[in-house]
Ligand binder design. Structure first.
Ligand code: ATP
Ligand code: MG
Length: 719
């Protein structure tokens, strides 16, 4: 029996409908890309509300990115109309974890206005802890220890829960002590790192069963998208919450599990059926997204993976255009080809918002961005806190953070002498000593210390001015629009002026960024909401709605779809990525292949792969061979376009071992010797090539054709 007036159910296929209508009890939807898993979740929410089974606030829905959460909000709004009863709790694990943690912060030793640390603050803090513990930072760099701690947090382990053997393997046996000290430092700073947002929820719930029970009661219905990418901490978090009503619906696809390197465990899919016995398991097989060739290419590729749960995908759509593969001389030319192809689509009236460029690593973006900027092609970058990671933005944020949370010592340290105000290390050390002795944050210490004669007069007046400024700025918060407050702070602190005076080439860009920064604040109700947003954004999406090309990493593209998808950089070493292969061997290769599969399945009508024969990564050029994934694509669904001549010959579609600087190319001897080094081992341009001093200058003859690029162009073949 279907409720009256449920147009939202129209158009679902029988299996999708089953997944929507099985409202009570655990449900697991295990299905391939584009089969409507996300659509099932959104419809399910509409259905729960329309049938009166749940009010919006009884529902908790977890998405993988903030962007996905916004999209879901939008879709639900469309389905249920402007609901008077508010919206479901909708967001990423981290944003929902934060929301819960802020409500009960004092139970885990924080205050509700705690700061969420970004990566670089996390590292700075780690460094301090390492120094405090008298550990040689050269032997145990902060990055390594931070990532060990992240790993433990992803597994839901508090310091005292880390298996002793495992903790002892770090930092001369002091791994456990370091982890504890790091956590203690976070508490004094009234701060949490990303991993804490879930870990501390787990702690909160374990230690306060009444709080847990409250949430278990509250969330009558729980939904989880991209379930294959949950890590253990997220799984434990979910399992605790869902034990109340056991109405939990998870949707996922093992073939799209791409966060193993961050602790995600596909096994959570198998664990689900174990922990929630009697779960309704639904499989969806019809892909509604992509045309035949794209789906065939994606399916053919993923079939090479061994560790799969296995599933079929079919489409009733037309075969459509074949997947295209093209090669370029270098990454700059590749960027040019991509941009030109986009322009010609634009001429044919294809909206830019339906075009995406998906890269393997974010370093690939710059050249593409540069090209877009040159051509005036509007684009936006999604994924990765790139904008907010920029130095000038982090400085501006630090000012705001101290204004909002006077005990944010890390932020205070960052801008203590930025712009230069004559406050050196000695002054900072004096403040630190005072802060430790009095047990107060640095800003408070500064306020007290200027009343003593601890500091030299010059330093004292500098510190006094800073302290007074912060008091004044704090008072502005709440009485003035927060973007105006930010503007005032940037001006009065001398920060804007610092960049205005700076003569370097990028100063103008930085000032532009700061303007953009202040502008972006206007979208938030208050400073706290803005700061929270910044800590949580995993994607920097600017001005939604405008017609722009989307540029992002493959990881950030999960769940999204576009008419046309460009996939540059399909070269061994870059993709599959050498680091993943080195670190995780066969499992790494399979994860890379899933990532390729995710990339291809984002496309509705057109997927355009490309590779460059030469690429500069981290400033060093190396020669490359096309990705082995290209060879793995089913031939019938692929069209090879303009590959450099020597790549179309040979037994394979592309000669993947072309000894690019070998004798057949008439390379001068010294280069040949070097290239041979790069070739030994395996056919990968990166691992070895990066470490070899690259071919410097000098025109190079390739199959009789003189490539003179390397002389004039500053970008080519120079280190
Ligand atoms: P992914 O694994 O990539 O996240 P998904 O399984 O979540 O994919 P959706 O994004 O929900 O898939 O759906 C893919 C596309 O197919 C969307 O454009 C969606 O609107 C459309 N779609 C899903 N189900 C149907 C249906 N029954 N009829 C028509 N279109 C559908
Ligand atoms: Mg989806």
């Amino acid at each position: 029996l279907r409720p009256q007036g449920s147009p939202y159910l129209e158009g679902l296929n029988a299996e999708q409908r089953r997944a929507v209508e099985a409202t009570d009890g655990p449900v697991l939807v295990l299905a391939g890309a584009g089969t409507g898993k996300t659509r099932v979740l959104t419809t399910r929410i509409a259905h729960l509300i329309a049938t009166g089974k749940a009010r919006p606030f009884d529902i908790l829905s977890v998405t993988f990115t903030n962007k996905a959460a916004r999209e879901m909000k939008h879709r639900i709004g469309g389905l249920i109309g402007p609901a008077g009863e508010g919206m479901p709790w909708l967001g990423t694990f981290h944003s929902i974890g934060t929301k819960i943690l802020r409500r009960h912060a004092e139970l885990v030793g924080l205050r509700s206005d705690f700061t969420i640390l970004g990566m670089d603050d996390q590292l700075r803090l780690m460094k301090q802890v390492i120094v405090d513990q008298n550990i040689d930072e050269k032997r145990w760099p902060a990055r390594a220890l931070s990532s060990a701690i992240d790993g433990w947090k992803n597994r839901g382990l508090l310091p005292e829960q880390v298996p002793p053997g495992e903790a002892q393997a770090f930092a001369f046996g002091k791994g456990g002590a370091l982890y504890s000290a790091y956590q203690a430092r976070l508490l004094t700073l009234n701060a949490a790192d990303f991993g804490d947002l879930l870990l501390l929820c787990l702690k909160l719930w374990r230690e306060n069963p009444d709080v847990l029970e409250n949430y278990q009661q509250r969330f009558r219905y729980i939904l989880v998208d991209e379930y294959q990418d949950t890590n253990v901490a997220q799984y434990l978090w979910l399992r605790l919450l869902a034990q109340g009503h056991r109405n939990v619906a998870c949707v996922g696809d093992d073939d799209q599990s791409i966060y193993g390197w961050r602790g995600a465990e596909v096994d959570n899919i198998l664990r689900f059926e174990h922990d929630f016995p009697g779960a309704v398991v639904v499989r969806l097989e019809r892909n509604y997204r992509s045309t035949g060739h794209i789906l065939a290419a994606a399916s053919g590729l993923i079939a090479k993976n061994e560790g799969r749960l296995g599933k079929t995908l079919r489409t009733e759509d037309v075969a459509g255009e074949k997947v295209t593969v093209s090669g370029a001389w270098d990454s700059e030319e590749e960027a040019r080809q991509v941009a030109e192809a986009i322009e010609s689509l634009q001429v044919k009236q294809h909206p830019l918002s339906e075009i995406a460029v998906l890269v393997r690593i974010s370093a690939q973006m710059r050249e593409i961005e540069d090209r877009f900027v040159q051509l005036g092609l509007p684009y936006r970058v999604i994924g990765g806190p790139r904008f907010y990671e920029r130095a000038e933005i982090r400085d501006a944020l630090a000012y705001l953070r101290v204004t909002a949370n006077p005990s944010d010592d890390l932020a205070f340290e960052r801008i203590f002498n930025t712009p230069k105000r004559g406050l050196g290390d000695a002054t900072l050390q004096a403040l630190h000593a005072f802060s430790r002795a009095q047990g107060v944050p640095l800003l408070q210490a500064a306020r007290l210390v200027v009343e003593t004669d601890e500091l030299k007069p010059r330093a004292r007046s500098g510190v006094r001015a800073l302290v007074e400024s912060f008091s004044r700025w704090s008072r502005l918060v709440g009485s003035q629009p927060h973007s105006e407050v930010a503007q005032t702070i940037l001006e009065e602190s001398g920060y804007t002026e610092m960049w205005q005076k700076e003569k370097s080439a990028d100063a103008a860009g930085r000032l532009e960024n700061l303007k953009e920064f202040v502008r972006s604040m206007e979208e938030f109700p208050d400073l706290a909401a803005f700061l929270e947003h910044v800590s949580l954004v995993m994607e920097a999406s600017e001005q939604e709605g405008a017609d722009r090309v989307s540029l992002m990493t493959l990881h950030a593209a999960k769940g999204l779809e576009f008419d046309t998808v460009f996939l540059p950089g399909w070269e061994d070493g870059l993709f599959p990525n050498q680091r993943a292969l080195d670190e995780s061997g066969r499992a790494g290769l399979e994860e890379e292949r899933r990532l390729a599969h995710v990339g291809l399945t984002r496309a509705r009508k057109r997927a355009k792969l490309s590779f460059a024969v030469n690429r500069r990564i981290h400033g060093l050029w190396s020669s490359t061979v096309p990705s082995r994934f290209i060879d793995e694509l089913p031939e019938d669904s692929v069209d090879v376009l303009d590959a450099p001549a020597h790549f179309s010959a040979g037994a394979s579609r592309f000669d993947r071992n072309p000894t690019p600087f070998g004798s057949s190319y008439g390379t001068p001897g010294w280069q040949r010797a070097q290239a041979n080094t790069a070739q030994s081992g395996n056919a990968n341009g990166y691992g070895v090539g990066n470490r070899t001093p690259t071919n410097r200058g000098g025109p190079r003859q390739i199959e009789g054709e003189l490539i003179a690029k390397s002389t004039g162009a500053p970008s080519a073949f120079s280190v």
